[in-house]
Ligand binder design. Structure first.
Ligand SMILES: Cc1ncc(COP(=O)(O)O)c(C=O)c1O
Length: 397
C-alpha cells in the first residue's frame, strides 16, 4: 500500500533495514535451545507478585506523573551502595526498563546530525534509537588484552571524537563482552568527557552480576561528571523482571531537568509495579543471591567445557551472564556460524558481528538455561565444529 510515505524519514529508513534480532521470537521448534536473548529463565518470587496485588488492593491505581516518590527514595538508598549520595527528588527518573532509559536519554540530547560514540562491541539496543533521532553512531574500539578480555581503547576513542560528538556511551559490566570497567578506566573516560565537553551515558544494568571479586564502580561522582553523566539502570536482569518493566536514570539535577523535559507523558511503570519494585529492593536480595549462584555455576561449567572444544577460545567474563567466545579459528563469519549452528543443531546464539566490527569472529551465549541444557549445547557445538570443513581464517578487523 506504500504506507512508508507517511512514515517519519528515520522510521522509513529503519523499516527498510529491519532484520533479525536476538529478541525476535522463533519457534516453537522441537528440541531448540535458545541462548539468543538475555531473558533470564527465573520467575519473580511470590512475595513480589503479591506486592503487586497488595498495591492494587490498597488503591495504588492512580496517575503517577513523574514516578512514585517512595520508589525514587528506595532507588537512592540502593545506589548508595556504590558510595554515591543521590537526592531522590531531583536526581532519579523512573523509566519502563532499560530500553526506555536508553530512549529517553537519547531523546533528551540528540539532534539530527549529532554524533554519539558507542564502544565496539556493544549491546545492539542502542543502534535503532540513535538512528530514530537522526543522529550518527560512531564506534570506538574495545580491544582484547592478553587474557582475551575486551578493554576500552582510549587512543581510538579520542581519535573518533569530533565537534559534533554529544555523548560517549559505555556499559559496565558489559554486554556482550563481560568486561567490568576498572576505576582507572573510568577516570580516563571522565577526563576525556571533561576535556571534550561531552556527556557520559553509563549503562549499568548488570551491576549486580560481577564475578571473581571485581567491584562495580560508577563514573558519576568523578570530578566534573555530575553535570555530564546519565546512569541507565533496569530491574530486568537484577530481579529477572524483563516482562514487568522497571528501570531508571540517575543524573545530576541540571541534566535531570533536560531528561524530565522529554514529553513521554506520565510515568509509564504501572504504580503497583513501582510499589512491588520497592519491595524487591528491600527484600529481594536472597532471590538475587540464588540467581547469582546459578549463573556462576553456568559460567563455571561453560568455561570449563568450552576449553575442551578445539578451536574455541574464550575469556571468563568479569561480569554479566554472557559468554563471548572467539570462534574465528573456524574461518567463518559469525553470522554464518550462528545461522548454521541453529539450522543444524537447533541452538540459538547471537553472532558477534551484530555487536559491531570488533565482535566479528565471536558468538554470544546468553546463559539463560540450566546446566543440563548447557551440557547439551556444548555437545551440539562440539559436533557442529567437528563437522565444519577446514577454512582459512578471516582477516582480523
Ligand atoms: C546492556 C543493556 N542495556 C539495556 C538493556 C535493555 O534493558 P531492558 O530489558 O530493561 O529494556 C539490555 C537488555 O538486554 C542490555 O543488555
Amino acid at each position: 500500500m506504500g504506507v512508508e510515505k507517511f512514515a517519519k524519514k528515520e522510521v522509513a529508513a529503519l523499516m527498510s533495514r529491519a532484520g533479525s534480532s536476538t529478541r525476535a521470537s522463533v519457534g516453537p521448534i522441537e528440541g531448540m535451545i535458545n541462548l539468543g536473548a538475555g531473558d533470564p529463565d527465573f520467575n519473580q518470587p511470590e512475595f513480589i507478585n503479591k506486592a503487586v496485588y497488595d498495591a492494587m488492593v490498597a488503591g495504588h491505581t492512580h496517575y503517577s506523573f513523574t514516578g512514585e516518590p517512595d520508589f525514587k527514595e528506595a532507588i537512592a538508598k540502593y545506589y548508595k551502595k556504590y558510595g554515591v549520595d543521590i537526592d531522590p527528588k531531583t536526581q532519579v527518573l523512573i523509566t519502563s526498563g532499560g530500553s526506555q532509559a536508553i530512549f529517553q536519554a537519547f531523546a533528551a540530547i540528540l539532534d539530527p546530525g549529532d554524533e554519539i560514540v558507542v564502544f565496539d562491541p556493544a549491546y545492539t539496543g542502542y543502534n535503532t534509537p540513535i538512528a530514530y533521532f537522526g543522529a550518527k553512531m560512531v564506534r570506538a574500539k574495545q580491544v582484547k588484552n592478553k587474557d582475551g578480555i575486551f578493554r576500552p581503547d582510549f587512543a581510538n576513542l579520542e581519535a573518533v571524537i569530533t565537534p559534533k560528538t554529544k555523548a560517549i556511551l559505555f556499559c559496565t559490566p558489559d554486554n556482550p563482552t563481560g568486561t567490568v570497567w576498572t576505576k582507572d578506566e573510568l577516570k580516563k573516560l571522565a577526563e576525556i568527557c571533561v576535556k571534550h565537553d561531552v556527556i557520559a551515558i553509563s549503562d549499568e544494568i548488570y551491576t549486580e552480576f560481577i564475578w571473581g571479586g571485581k567491584k562495580h564502580n560508577t563514573i558519576i561522582d568523578l570530578p566534573g561528571m555530575w553535570e555530564r553523566t546519565m546512569v541507565l539502570m533496569s530491574f530486568s536482569k537484577t530481579f529477572a523482571w524483563t516482562g514487568c518493566r522497571a528501570g531508571y536514570i540517575i543524573a545530576g539535577p541540571e541534566l535531570m531537568k533536560v531528561l524530565a523535559a522529554v514529553p513521554v507523558g506520565i510515568c509509564s511503570v504501572p504504580v503497583p509495579f513501582q510499589k512491588a519494585a520497592i519491595k524487591a529492593l528491600a527484600d529481594g536480595w536472597d532471590f538475587v543471591a540464588e540467581m547469582k549462584a546459578e549463573y556462576k555455576k553456568r559460567i563455571d561449567y561453560m568455561t570449563k567445557r568450552l576449553n575442551e572444544i578445539e578451536g574455541v577460545k574464550y575469556a571468563k567474563p568479569e561480569g554479566a551472564f554472557y559468554l563471548f567466545p572467539d570462534i574465528s579459528s573456524f574461518g567463518m563469519p559469525s553470522m554464518k556460524f550462528a545461522m548454521e549452528f541453529f539450522q543444524k543443531e537447533k541452538v540459538r546464539v547471537a553472532p558477534g558481528s551484530a555487536y559491531g566490527e570488533m565482535g566479528e569472529g565471536h558468538i554470544r551465549f546468553a546463559l539463560v538455561r540450566p546446566v543440563e541444557d548447557l551440557e547439551e549445547v556444548c555437545k551440539r557445538l562440539e559436533r557442529f565444529v567437528k563437522n565444519l570443513p577446514p577454512q582459512a581464517p578471516p582477516a582480523v578487523p
